[in-house]
Each structure stands twice: as C-alpha cells, then as structure tokens.
Design a protein around this ligand. Structure first.
Ligand code: NAD
Ligand code: UFG
Length: 340
C-alpha cells in the first residue's frame, strides 16, 4: 500500500536520491526544504526521471507555523528528516547557527509531528558520532565518542533527544541511520552532489579536478597508521543509502521504539585508492599533492553494517568503481552542477 512521506531536506544530495526511490516504489512525497543548500532544479530532475509528481514547500523546519500548515492539510504517514547544515569546518565557526538549525529544527519538527499524531521518523545521523574509533569496524553498540566539532555534537544531541522522546512516549517509531561517506549519483547523471564553493568532501573535489574546475587534489596527510598512510573511509553509493531509508520505513510499519543502524559497505578505502580508482574509471588524470593533515580528521573509519542486514534486510550493492563511474557521469554532464 502506498504511503505519504514527508521528506525534510528533500532537495539536497541524499534527499533527492531518496525522493526518487520513494516515488519509484509508488509512495507520495512531500518535500520541505528552505533551499539553503539546494536547488529546486534537483526536484524538477527527479520528476523528469520518474515521470511522477512531487509536492514541494519551500519552508524552514524552524518555522513552526509553516510546518503546522503542511501537517494540517496533508495526511502524512512518516517523515524522513534530512534537513540540516553539514559543513564540519563551518560548524566550528558558527556553532550557534548549527545548533539552532539542526537541534532546534529537529525539536520543532518533532513537536509538530506529535501535535498531528505523526510519530514515525527516520533521522540522518552520521558516523561522526563515534568520534575517533577505539576499534574497527564500528558497531552500533560501540560508545559514541567525542566529536571534535559542533556539527558532530548536533547529531549526537539529536540522537539523544530522539531516545528521550521515545522513552517519554513509546508510541514513537524512530530509525536513526548513521551514514558513512556517501558518494556517487543516480545512474541517469541528472541528479548528484552539487556543493557550494570549494568542496569540503573528497569525491566532489576529485570530480571537480577531473572536470577542470580545480587544478590539484590536496591529500590531507600521508602519515596516518593506514595501509598507505592516507585516511581510510567507508564510501557508500548514495542510491544504496537512499534504499536504506525505504527499508527503515518498512521497519517502522511493524515496530515501535528507537532503532539505530550503520549504513556503510564495511570496506575502507584510502584517499590514494579513491584518486587512483577514479582516474582509472574516468580516464581523467587526478593530479595530487600531499599537504598537512586536516585538523579534526581521524585515520580510519568503516562500518560493521550487519545490523542493517539482519534487521532491515539491507546491504550495499554498488562497488567503488560503480560509485566513481556514477559520480563522474553526473559531474561530466553537469560541470557546474544544477546551474548548467
Ligand atoms: P544537503 O545539504 O545536500 O541536504 C540538506 C538539505 O537540507 C538541503 O537541501 C538544505 O537546503 C536543507 N536544509 C538545511 N537546513 C534546513 C532548514 N532549517 N529547513 C529546511 N531545509 C533545510 O546534505 P546531504 O549530504 O544530502 O545530507 C542530508 C543529511 O544527511 C544531513 O542531515 C546531513 O547532516 C546528513 N549526513 C550527511 C553526510 C554526507 O557526507 N553527505 C554524512 C552523514 C550524515
Ligand atoms: N580528504 C582529502 N582531501 C580533500 C578532502 C578530503 O585528502 O580535499 C580526505 C580526508 O582527510 C579524509 C577523506 O578524504 O581522510 C574523506 O574526507 P571527507 O571530507 O570526504 O569525509 P569525512 O570522513 O571527513 O567526513 C564525512 C562528512 C561528515 C561525516 C563523516 C562521517 O563530511 O559530515 O563523513 O559520516 F560526519
């Protein structure tokens, strides 16, 4: 039976890919996004790919009155909550903005959901909540660490708020998804990651070097205790991640409480492996230089994703070459992102 899913932040990178998969499985989708880090064009492209309609409200999740109107006039079954600010470096410069947007925004959303008796929620958390891992691979039961930035703190705070909420009212159904490092794009090449300004993350930087927008990739340190000295991460295809949300919604149809899952592949690749694999797949050289470590970075981080497999029936399907291929198709076809 089809459901109506409200997706906050649905015009963003992971949100737009998830909206697409929801539409493909026959759900109705309502997107709420303030477009602070996204373009409405992403939703136009999703409509083009799927041939289906998306209801869009340009609204801020901090705007309780606006949210209330949306809940009042629409029968919503569940919410997937992507809306948030996510730039780690920026969060250390403007922490209050990050806490207000991410934490207060989530509280406001939950207040309105409770008011309209919509108590099914999937929340975007991050592997950053583990801090510097004591052991690898990371299991959900391992202690959450001390994130080194306001962004990470905001995710950890929200997780705790959601657990308290469920304890106070066990009728809530909440899945917390801890994403590892999403990359890739939909195979159509029509939607993808489109960061503002200089990319903070590795893959968009690599694709911008490949397409000629930047000269050289700076590799942040080659003296880590890893296979080749460069940082190791668990990169996951954004479509696999999107499909994880659909599985999470299934779980919420049957179970109340709070459930926390890692979404990763379980495999770690180094920065050098990423640059080399991308160059091989795209045929574009990726000139690089080694520079100092980036403050706050950890050596290695990858998931044990067996809980999501056992409980949700979800596993990542796409390998690294496919992730690179899809990232490249998107960037090549849209050298300037959605501005093209
Ligand atoms: P994104 O910036 O592309 O998407 C976030 C969306 O939320 C944007 O479209 C933005 O305009 C919107 N938004 C922000 N604040 C809002 C507000 N107050 N009201 C309404 N809309 C608002 O980022 P993404 O990569 O798609 O990330 C989605 C979620 O996943 C975020 O919560 C992020 O913290 C989390 N996450 C991302 C990563 C990653 O590496 N991309 C890793 C772990 C977790
Ligand atoms: N890196 C470079 N050069 C760059 C960019 C990154 O060498 O120009 C390296 C980093 O040092 C790290 C790896 O590439 O070793 C990945 O860096 P990203 O910035 O792409 O990703 P992070 O693992 O640092 O952080 C990402 C998100 C966070 C999230 C975290 C865990 O940006 O929001 O994954 O999910 F919390």
């Amino acid at each position: 039976m089809s459901s109506t899913i409200l997706v906050t932040g649905g015009a963003g990178y992971i949100g737009s890919h998830t909206v697409l998969e929801l539409l493909n499985q026959g759900d109705q989708v309502i997107v709420v996004d303030n477009l602070s880090n996204a373009s409405e064009e992403a939703l136009e492209r999703v409509k083009k790919i799927t041939g289906k309609h998306v209801v869009f409200f340009q609204a801020d999740i901090l705007d309780k009155a606006a949210l209330s109107q949306i809940f009042k006039h629409n029968q919503i079954d569940a919410v997937i909550h992507f809306a948030g600010l996510k730039a780690v470096g920026e969060s250390t410069q403007i922490p209050l903005t990050y806490y207000h947007n991410n934490v207060t925004g989530t509280i406001t959303l939950c207040q309105v959901m409770a008011e309209y008796n919509v108590k099914s929620l999937v929340f975007s958390s991050s592997a950053t909540v583990y801090g510097d891992p004591q052991a690898l691979p990371l299991l959900e039961s391992m202690p959450t660490g001390l994130p080194t930035n306001a962004y990470g703190h905001s995710k950890l705070m929200i997780e705790e708020i959601l657990r308290d909420l469920s304890e106070s009212d066990p009728s809530w159904r909440i899945v917390i998804l801890r994403y590892f490092n999403p990359i890739g794009a939909h195979e159509s090449g029509l939607i993808g990651e489109d960061p503002n300004g200089i990319p903070n993350n590795l893959m968009p930087f690599i694709t911008q070097v490949a397409v000629g927008r930047r000269d050289t990739l700076s590799i942040f340190g080659n003296d880590y205790n890893t296979k080749d000295g460069t940082g190791v991460r668990d990169y996951i295809h954004v479509v696999d991640l999107a499909l994880g949300h659909l599985k999470a919604l299934e779980k919420l149809k049957t179970d109340a409480g709070v459930f926390t899952y890692n979404l990763g592949t379980g495999v770690g690749y180094s920065v050098l492996e990423m640059a080399n694999t991308f160059a091989e797949v795209s045929g574009q050289p990726i000139p690089h230089q080694i520079v100092d470590r980036r403050p706050g970075d950890i050596a290695a981080c990858y998931a044990d994703a067996s809980a999501a497999k056992n409980d949700l029936g979800w596993t990542a399907q796409f390998d690294l070459k496919r992730m690179c291929k899809d990232s490249w198709r998107w960037q090549k076809n849209n050298p300037n992102g959605y501005k093209d």
